[in-house]
Each structure stands twice: as C-alpha cells, then as structure tokens.
Design a protein around this ligand. Structure first.
Ligand code: ATP
Length: 246
C-alpha cells in the first residue's frame, strides 16, 4: 500500500548572507511511518537542513531563497519555530540540551507548552514513562545530575511531549558509550513502531542505517546519493566515507 508523503522538500535553496550557498536544490521526501537517515561530513549542510525544517534559519542569518517545503501538503515556509512545533515537527537538538536546574518532569512539561489538550498530554506522559522507565523513577531528580545517556532520554521524551508527527534528531548518539547508543537506537525503533515518523541526522552512519528505511547523503549542499538503507550500507563511497571500510 502507498504511504503518503509527510514531509516533502523540492529544489530547496538556502543562503547565509548573500555569498554562502549552503543548500543547493535539495529534494527529500519522508513518508508517514518511515525512519529516514541523513548523512554528511562536516559542512555538508545537515545543520542548515534542520534549521530550514524547524524555522531556525533566521536566528542564524540564513534564508530560504528557493524551492518548496511542505508537511502533509501544507507549506512550512516562513513559520517560526513555535509554529513548526504546532504543525507537528519536534526536534531533539544536538548536545541533549536539557534544562539542568529543572527536574525531569519539569523538563518534560516544557515539551508540551504548545498543547491545550490536557488529556492527550497526560497520555503522552504515560507513553514516555513506559518508553523510558528510568525517567519515571527519576521524575523528581534535577536533570543536570543525570548521566549523559539519561539526559538524551529526557531530550527525546520532551520532544515526544509536543505530540509530533515527525520527530527529528540531530546526532543523538554523539558522545554516548556504545551500550547507551544501542539503547537509544532501540528506543527510536520503538517510538517509530508506535507511529511516529523519524528523521535522523547522524555522523554515526552505522547506527543510523541500521534502523533507517532509507537514507540521503549530503555533500556541499547537494543530495549526492539516496536510497534504501541496505543499498547505502553496500555503497563503496558510503563505506569509505562513513563506515571506515576500504
Ligand atoms: P557540521 O556537522 O560541521 O555542523 P553540517 O553538515 O551541519 O556540518 P552546516 O553547519 O549546515 O553543515 O554548514 C553548511 C555550510 O554553511 C558550511 O559551509 C558552513 O560554513 C555554512 N554556514 C553554516 N551556518 C552558517 C552561518 N550562520 N553563517 C554563515 N555560514 C554558515
């Protein structure tokens, strides 16, 4: 059965100031229910892509200068970050930025700030506490005292409390020990199984492609390769650049 396009970018152009052309005609589609990985070396444009998706470009003096960007058929161009969250996109920022002085539960509550439906928010609290039992145990603990892996769980749980259709994660495995990377990977698989579409931007290509349905490779602002995760894993260029093989 055909799955509808949830997120669709076509010919997307982004510039910083007048001179720096950071995205050059990017075409990318994510269907409802997929896990999609975006790979790219430093400076390829991954962060720029995420800023374009989440309304954060203006804060970095970036501008979309061409192309289209839609969620479920509706344009996202010109929306500010809070509007993007209301439309159904939540992002886990790189570096698991939790509010260190707040408790786990207070952190999670900030994720639901755009939502009026108290009953749906309560259901999502139950959902994240069953996904991350350690956070239920530590709900009154100060977030700044949790381990790096636990803080990453807080960051993911907080994003889920926005009730997103599309969950975006920027380098969720960065700086985590292998055992914790595996846990986060399993958490993402489960989150997706429960119905949330996932966009994963990772330096850790092995981790990302092990759970993704499809992937895109960005180089100097262009998509140079895309396809099923298994195809990318078998691609000699991907193996050389991202998997340290060959
Ligand atoms: P990294 O993994 O190092 O963050 P990236 O793939 O996320 O790399 P971007 O940060 O999106 O790449 O950068 C893409 C291009 O845009 C680079 O040439 C970068 O120097 C430039 N760039 C990014 N942010 C800005 C900015 N605020 N002002 C000017 N140029 C920028």
């Amino acid at each position: 059965t055909e799955r509808g396009a949830l997120l669709s970018l076509d010919g997307l152009e982004v510039r910083y100031g007048g001179a720096i052309h950071a995205l050059r005609g990017v075409r990318l589609e994510i269907s409802d229910g997929e896990i999609v990985a975006v790979l790219g070396t430093n400076g390829a444009g991954k962060t720029t892509l995420l800023r374009a998706l989440t309304g954060l470009l203006p804060a970095h003096k970036g501008h979309i200068t061409g192309g289209t960007l839609t969620l479920a058929g509706t344009s996202l161009l010109g929306l500010d970050p809070a509007d993007v969250v209301r439309r159904g996109i939540a992002q886990v920022m790189e570096g698991r930025r939790v509010f260190a002085e707040l408790t786990v539960e207070e952190n999670l509550r900030t994720g639901a700030f755009t939502r009026a439906d108290k009953r749906a928010v309560a259901a999502d609290f139950d959902r994240v506490y069953s996904l991350f039992p350690i956070l239920a145990e530590r709900r009154r603990a100060t977030a700044g005292y949790l381990s790096g892996g636990e803080q990453q769980m807080v960051a993911i749980a907080r994003a889920l409390l926005a009730g997103p259709r599309l969950l975006i994660l920027d380098e969720p495995s960065l700086g985590l020990a292998p055992a914790m990377v595996r846990r986060i990977r399993d958490n993402l698989t489960e989150i997706n199984r429960q119905g949330t579409t996932v966009l994963l931007v990772e330096q850790n290509a092995r981790m990302a492609l092990s759970i993704a349905d499809r992937g895109y490779v960005l180089e100097t602002g262009r998509v140079v390769l895309d396809g099923p995760a298994a195809t990318l894993l078998a691609d000699p260029e991907v193996q050389r650049l991202y998997l340290g093989i060959g």
